[in-house]
Design a binder for this molecule. Structure first.
Ligand code: SF4
Length: 242
């Protein structure tokens, strides 16, 4: 499920970008280029197939990726990394397999619900026949799947252009001046800006989100490491601190 990086200046494929302030749109595209130059292609999502990606998106909630990877491996070792089997498995057996992910009883219920959702539609490939709004709405009805997880699944498993807005994205974008706050209530405006500034290309959205996560982990942490940050000269937060 690894993808090539995309050129943010490439023309939109099929669907025009939404109208946003031209200056802000240029700054968004410049941000993508700078992050790509700094961190290189991230190639998300590391998974062997669509269903593994979907399960990983639930297991990584509120934990580090390495823990989610161990939990995915636990499911594989238990013979449960397959949607039919997972949909029929007992939750205590799933929980035993995913202990590495933390809150494993909660997550067992969530991945079981996701597997049942997939099974009810005839499998992950069959779900691909749904238009994006229906696919997203269905995912949001699954126990434990919120907007962030649903959008990650849309982008990385189904190649649908729906920008992933997580805490990292909110924090980095707020500090750079793209959003007035890092609070979720600003999500709609931030989505409008990001999606309006970019070609409607899921691979581009996926790479951009992965780059933002890389930046939030390396430099733009909760306590930011602004000295030496590649974005320092363009950052509202850093300007205020100086
Ligand atoms: S200069 Fe500081 S606040 Fe701004 S993006 Fe870099 S690390 Fe984040």
């Amino acid at each position: 499920m690894r993808r090539a990086s995309r050129d943010a200046e490439a023309p939109a494929r099929g669907t025009a970008s939404r109208a946003v302030d031209a200056g802000a749109a240029r700054r968004v595209r410049a941000l993508y280029r700078r992050l790509l130059q700094r961190y290189g292609p991230q190639g998300w999502w590391p998974a062997d197939d669509r269903f593994e990606m979907m399960v990983g998106a639930v297991l990584v909630q509120n934990t580090a990726w390495r823990n989610a990877q161990h939990a995915v491996a636990g499911l594989r070792d238990a013979g449960l990394l397959q949607w039919r089997r997972l949909a029929q498995a007992r939750e205590d057996r799933i929980a035993d397999a995913i202990r590495a992910a933390g809150t494993y009883r909660v997550k067992a219920r969530r991945v079981a619900a996701l597997a049942r959702h997939v099974a009810a539609h005839g499998g992950p490939q069959a779900l691909a026949a749904l238009p994006t709004p229906a696919l997203r709405a269905g995912l949001l009805r699954v126990h434990g799947v919120g907007a962030e997880t649903a959008d990650a699944i849309l982008v990385y498993a189904y190649a649908r252009p729906s920008f992933v807005l997580d805490a990292y994205t909110r924090r980095v974008c707020a500090r750079l001046g793209f959003a007035p706050t890092a609070a979720p209530h600003a999500d709609a405006a931030l989505r409008e800006l990001l999606e309006g500034a970019l070609p409607r290309d899921a691979a581009l959205y996926g790479e951009f989100h992965a780059l933002i996560v890389a930046h939030a982990r390396v430099s733009c942490r909760a306590r930011p490491r602004c000295a030496g940050c590649a974005l320092h000269a363009h950052c509202t937060f850093a300007a205020g601190e100086c």
